[in-house]
Write a protein that binds this ligand. Sequence first.
Ligand SMILES: O=C(O)CCC(=O)C(=O)O
Ligand SMILES: [Fe+2]
Length: 178
Amino acid sequence: AEASAIQRVLEQEIAWSSPTLSLYGKRHVIPRSQCWMGDDGASYHYSGRTLQPRPWHPLVEDLRNRVRSALQAENLPYADFNSALLNRYESGEQRMGWHSDDEPELGKNPIVASLSMGSERPLRFREKTGGSHHAFNVWLPHGSLLLMGPGVQSRWQHALAPRVIDGVRINLTFRRIL
Ligand SMILES: O=C(O)CCC(=O)C(=O)O
Ligand SMILES: [Fe+2]
């Protein structure tokens, strides 16, 4: 019930946008909407530009604090998360391609905590190298937290593939920008 209430607020109060990105010289509107927020100065470099985060929405900042405290209380890896990328997938057709969250500003062994709401979808992981190229799905139900600890981004890529699944999904990834 709490996740549903949070999802409703995020739906209405976040400045969701779908920017255009250049990929191999072609311009594409990203197949989802997003919003990046965080502490002042937690900027990152992207396509030759320095992007500044939006200020924290109080609800997202509160979730950031709760996620950090919960990880700490369970003796799990955590970081002083100073930014969050919010993604909204309108339906099963919206998606995110293969990548690792390994930008230089995230440091050597980033810890990424990922909170999901709405339609349950699988995040697919595949090994970057090695003969076997293991791959597996992690289903992310409404109100779930996925912790990607040290080593995950250097060894694995992940993607949210399109699926014949109805309903909006919202995902928040908390990160620490150095
Ligand atoms: O929507 C998801 O669960 C994946 C989000 C993600 O990989 C990212 O924001 O880097
Ligand atoms: Fe990611």
